[in-house]
Design a protein around this ligand. Sequence first.
Ligand code: SF4
Length: 76
Amino acid sequence: MIKRKKEVNYRKATRKDGGRCLFCVHRLRVEIRGCNGEYLYHNYRCNVIGLENSRRYSISKDFVCDEFKQAETVGQ
Ligand code: SF4
């Protein structure tokens, strides 16, 4: 796990957490690009953890961290 995820205590969400990445304002849909800059697909990153393309920055909608903040609208 990358250092930033450890710093914010990124973990599998439980009912006790009262939230998860799916409902967090920091979760963003981003374009994932290949080595030549070509579009590959969309995925989700977090602007607290980092928006880099690397899979190490990917977040799961069923995880949460200490920086969770409820969004007013829910993403996909
Ligand atoms: S701030 Fe935490 S809870 Fe919110 S999207 Fe990022 S990792 Fe998930």
